[in-house]
Design a protein around this ligand. Structure first.
Ligand code: GUN
Ligand code: ZN
Length: 429
């Protein structure tokens, strides 16, 4: 059993609905952890006497929050982050498909998976929903690397039977490989499986149909894909699926829209589609650094909120330009400003933790500092750079949290704990 003393902040509920009651905040708090789970969290003075002899690590001036949840990213794209000059469809052809072809080699996949997970941990991300490639071995590589780190990673073989020849599912549309992966990895570590058609344009109707059948027979699997990211993509979908009411309608037709579905981007959607997403309780993963980098557009959080769509944030590396959830929240704030709304820093932290966990179906296990939940947490340093130190000195919680989101990055992650074990950074204070 171990104790961690610092300021504690957890946002298990959406402040939009629950207001200040959403916030669990202990200026001098104690988090107690045993066997990978949180056993207590509260004011130091109240909690410490319940655990005589407890070994306590003290982080004065620092803030403990739940580990970040990245609801959409691509591990095979780490080495193509920051690739110049194109919007989505050309960027895929020029930069991404050639990089993904290299994942037919298992050693390459494992090497990249290790580097990718280390980068997540350096940035305080303890759970992620991750695209692999079309190759079965690309998922094995990521899951092995995640198992070794006890991380909560959800992934799946990409389904794509249209598109470039070297990245194409053949006969059977990837069904046998998907079934084999689910059978091989079910129940191991903290891993989860996501049925992952890349997007409507790279799957035949038969493959989308098959993905729907897989969702029906695997009630523990998520559905992970892209939706309405880029105008040329939306136009190509409308052209191919002229009998669908809209882009979401394509996925609906094949049984891919429900409470276990996570759709990355959701920028170019009409109110009717948003209303159907909300009714289905599907999740939207908003990826601001990617949307700005590829010029895809500005998501409309106020509109998603008004429709009642559940949302989380994603980095979408390698279209996204940072692994940092703090950097992602900063760009989300700016996107909201361009839409004339202000993203409250507490809501932003909620969406980056418990909100993201909820759309991944993990809201009862991660995303908050509560007894019984898994002990994935971070120690944030609000004074990690001279500028942050100046801006946060003597300030209240809201201002410090906002400054961390506007100015912070991996340097603000003093330590990352996964299932109660130090996974990045140091106990030195
Ligand atoms: N749409 C289909 N594939 C991709 C991808 O790899 N990245 C992004 N951002 N959008 C996609
Ligand atoms: Zn993506």
């Amino acid at each position: 059993m171990n104790g961690y003393r610092a300021e504690l902040l957890s946002l298990p509920h959406d402040p939009r609905e629950a207001g200040d009651a959403a916030r669990i905040h202990h200026p001098d708090g104690l988090l107690v952890v045993e066997d990978g789970l949180i056993v207590a969290a509260g004011p130091f003075e109240a909690v410490a006497p319940r655990f005589p002899g407890l070994a306590v690590q003290h982080f004065p001036g620092k803030l403990i929050v739940p580990g970040f949840v990245d609801t959409h990213t691509h591990y095979p794209q780490i080495d193509r982050i920051a690739s110049y000059g194109h919007q989505l469809l050309d960027w895929l052809e020029q930069h991404i498909f050639p990089a993904e072809a290299a994942f037919s080699a298992p050693l390459h996949a494992r090497d990249v998976a290790d580097g990718f997970l280390e980068e997540l941990l350096r940035n305080g991300t303890t759970t992620a929903l991750v695209f692999a490639t079309v190759h079965e071995g690309s998922v094995d590589a990521l899951f092995e690397a995640a198992l070794a780190r006890e991380m909560r990673i959800i992934s799946g073989k990409v389904l794509m039977d249209l598109g470039p020849e070297e990245l194409r599912d053949a006969d059977g549309h990837g069904r046998a490989e998907t079934e084999a992966l689910i059978a091989r990895w079910r129940g191991r570590g903290r891993l989860g499986y996501a049925i992952t058609p890349r997007f409507a344009l790279t799957s035949s109707d038969a493959q989308l149909q098959m993905a729907g059948e897989l969702m029906a027979v695997h009630p523990d699997a998520l559905l992970h894909t892209h939706l309405a990211e880029n105008l040329a993509e939306v136009a190509a979908v409308a052209q191919r699926f002229g009998d669908s009411p809209d882009y979401l309608g394509v996925y609906e037709r094949f049984g891919l829209v429900g409470p276990r579905s996570v759709f990355a981007h959701c920028i170019h959607l009409e109110p009717a589609a948003l209303a159907r997403m909300a009714t289905a309780r599907a999740g939207a993963s908003l990826c601001p650094t990617s949307n700005l980098f590829l010029g895809s557009g500005l998501f409309d959080l106020a509109r998603l909120d008004a429709a009642g769509v559940r949302v989380g944030f994603g980095t979408d590396v390698g279209a996204g330009t940072s692994f940092s959830m703090l950097a992602t929240l900063r760009e989300a704030y700016k996107v909201c400003q361009l839409r004339s709304c202000a993203l409250d820093p507490f809501r932003a932290l909620h969406l980056a933790t418990a909100g993201g966990a909820a759309i991944l179906g993990l809201g009862d296990r991660i995303g908050a500092l509560e007894p019984g939940m898994e002990a994935d947490f971070l120690v944030l340093d609000p004074a990690t750079t001279p500028l942050l130190a100046r801006r946060t000195a003597g300030k209240g919680l809201a201002e410090r949290l906002f400054a961390l989101q506007m100015l912070g990055d991996d340097r603000a992650i003093h330590a990352t704990y996964v299932a109660g074990r130090l996974a990045h950074g140091g106990p030195a204070v």
